[in-house]
Design a protein around this ligand. Structure first.
Ligand code: ADP
Length: 623
């Protein structure tokens, strides 16, 4: 097929869907297509510059990489042209034709779930090229790869309605021209002043010159002028960069249309010199949680101002995947590959410096700008928690940044840091106590908290999915142990121990009775030191998984080992007195089972037999 000089092909179904969405539902901020096409042109120049290090012949004769934006009011066309790497016929087919990439699917999902008619979203998904069809009813691409002869250029054309045409073309110059045949009502993109202002607004910090024709009295003079800043922003001294510059660079870098929350820009000089410019976004991108883990973009590695690759994974650990920015290293060899990077000692140092800078920045927000910190934490707090597991070396620093709801706060939104908690510990308290559950209400209502409340001991309430996993690697902070109030035996003072022993002794017949009545459903029944008001609760061993988590995992299809729960009771409670005094074995069994049922419900466990529970309850109510 690919040998045929001229042919018509169908778009893959998902690409066709994206095109349909783009042409029919993106109304606001249409002008973003220009930024996307210029961004592609700039990437193409970056790629050529990189390849030409090993193959200088690629740029011979036309050494200055640049982007031209031109228009023709008569033909109603707008053209974005670059003299970058260009595409072969196969690449055109793969990149802008048939093959849907993972971004295509994510874009479709996001658009159908959010119903956002905002064209600015498109760049985040790696489908920016298709934004051309927001303003054009026909798009022609002329492209020639830098290493191919003039006769092997390719002409691609489509009206975005399901098919495209491919033909061979004689193209004397390398690179790519994207020609938009504008829709009837898109005249604004045929005006020089409008295009100039769009380029300045959205593409000022593209590092290659973007040139537009010089006009005199509304007519082109045949000369070109550069309209953007065309320098690498991060190479300038901080004092020469305005906040506005930083923000607009961030937007073009991250394809974000919101301002960044904060940034840190540093130059390290010494045996190894490098520059880092790292941003915290204000909002998570669409794919932070969904696809974000497979393909991480937004952190670019440059070596001496030459773009090398998107290297988010090499430059930052996964739990900081929300960071966007640029790292420019002076001393890495220009011919590095991803494989080399993964085992490079210099890069390890740069990576450690990036982590440090980001944590410094977040700490600074926590200290000096509580509102911004709250915005950050809302967006990325749960992602940051992954660092407790992933980055043992920085565990203490990360932990200091975490915030949790607490029994001393009012509502889920009022959170405390671990340092706050420690600062108000009771005299002699050496443990940071917490409980996990699957919601704030469930955590706050846990019967296991009763004794802590009675004694005035603060307990942290953790109810995010990631908490349980995080706690598996988080046992100590600032020399204090972290412990789950529902796990293990509670440490008691001498008097407490004595009391507990006596209570257990006195309750022996009751415990035996319950064990018999519950049979297989429990592992152990014992007297609780945790309860004051409730009749019963579950207690977990130190290594047992929280029941609500076990339920979630089971629901997600994981094979979870069945373990028999330990039931703790409060012998003083009237319900237990009733069990004790009940001589009808059937009624006693109902009561005993309900004690266990309610302990399981409060812990978020899965009731083994909900129908049996309902029947028991009804029998009891009916008397
Ligand atoms: P993204 O740029 O995020 O990958 P796009 O849909 O904008 O997504 O572009 C798809 C691909 O098409 C690019 O990754 C690139 O390989 C190719 N491409 C687009 N425009 C150009 C261009 N001007 N020169 C060379 N390749 C291009």
């Amino acid at each position: 097929m690919t040998n045929a000089a001229s042919e018509t092909r169908k778009f893959e179904a998902e690409v066709a869907q994206v095109l349909h969405l783009v042409t029919h539902s993106l109304y606001s901020h249409k002008e973003i297509f220009l930024r996307e096409l210029i961004s592609n042109a700039s990437d193409a120049c970056d790629k050529l510059r990189f390849e030409s290090i090993a193959h200088p012949g690629l740029v011979s004769g036309d050494g200055e990489l640049q982007i031209h934006v031109s228009w023709d009011p008569e033909a109603r066309t707008l053209t974005v042209r670059d003299n970058g790497i260009g595409m072969s016929r196969d690449e055109v087919v793969a990149n802008i034709g048939t093959i849907a990439n993972s971004g295509t699917r994510r874009f479709l999902e996001a658009m159908s779930s959010e119903q956002k008619a905002d064209a600015r979203l498109i760049g985040q998904f790696g489908v920016g090229f298709y934004s051309a069809f927001v303003v054009a009813d026909r798009v022609t691409v002329l492209s020639r790869r830098a290493d191919l002869p003039a006769g092997e250029g390719v002409r691609w054309e489509s009206d975005g309605k399901g098919e495209y045409h491919l033909a061979q073309a004689e193209l004397p110059e390398r690179g790519t021209s994207v020609i938009l045949h504008l829709k009837a009502d898109e005249d604004e993109f045929l005006k020089g002043w409008e295009l100039r202002s769009l380029v300045r607004k959205y593409s000022d910090h593209v590092a290659f010159p973007i040139r537009l024709p010089v006009e005199k009295d509304g007519k082109p003079t045949g000369e070109w002028e550069t309209v953007n800043d065309a320098s690498a922003l991060w190479t300038k001294p901080r004092g020469e960069i305005s906040d506005e510059d930083y923000q607009s660079f961030y937007k073009s870098l991250g394809h974000d249309f919101n301002d960044a929350l904060a940034w840190t820009h540093n130059r390290v000089e010494g045996s190894q010199s490098f520059t880092t410019l790292l941003y915290l976004p204000a909002q998570p991108p669409f794919d932070l949680m969904m696809g974000g883990r497979d393909e991480r973009k937004g952190l670019k590695l440059y070596i001496k101002r030459v773009f090398i690759m998107d290297a988010a994974e090499e430059l930052l650990p996964n739990y900081l995947r929300f960071v966007r920015g640029v790292v420019d290293a002076d001393d890495l060899p220009l011919n590095v590959s991803r494989e080399i990077l993964q085992h490079n000692r210099q890069l390890e140092r740069i990576r450690a410096a990036c982590v440090k800078r980001v944590l410094d920045l977040i700490e600074k927000l926590a200290r000096e700008e509580p509102e911004k910190f709250a915005t950050f934490y809302k967006a990325f707090g749960n992602t940051l928690k992954e660092g407790i597991v992933e980055d043992a070396a920085n565990r203490e620093r990360i932990a200091r940044l975490l915030r949790f709801a607490s029994t001393k706060g009012e509502g889920a939104g009022q959170t405390v840091s671990l340092d706050d908690y420690i600062g108000r510990m009771a005299v002699g308290q050496d443990t940071i106590w917490y409980i996990t559950a699957d919601s704030y209400a469930a955590a706050l209502g846990s019967p296991q908290l009763e004794m802590f409340k009675a004694k005035g001991i603060e307990v942290l309430l953790m109810f995010d999915r990631v908490d349980e996993w995080m706690l598996g690697s988080f046992h100590e902070y600032a020399g204090k142990k972290l412990r789950n109030v529902a796990k293990g035996e509670l440490p008691l003072d001498e008097a407490g121990k004595k009391q507990q022993e006596e209570a257990s002794k006195a309750a022996e017949p009751l415990l035996r009775k319950l064990k018999e009545l519950l049979g297989d459903r429990v592992g152990e029944v014992r007297v609780s030191a945790r309860l004051t008001d409730s009749p019963s609760c579950l207690a977990l061993s130190d290594y047992e998984m929280a029941p609500h988590l076990a339920r979630l995992l089971r629901e997600a299809g994981h094979d979870m080992p069945e373990s028999k729960p330990t039931l703790e009771i409060n012998p003083q409670h009237p319900l237990l007195r009733r069990v004790e005094g009940e001589s009808d074995p059937a009624k006693a069994a109902d009561l005993a089972n309900l004690l266990l049922d309610q302990a399981e419900i409060a812990a978020g466990a899965q009731l083994p037999d909900p129908a049996a529970f309902v029947q028991r309850l009804n029998r009891l109510i009916a008397g």
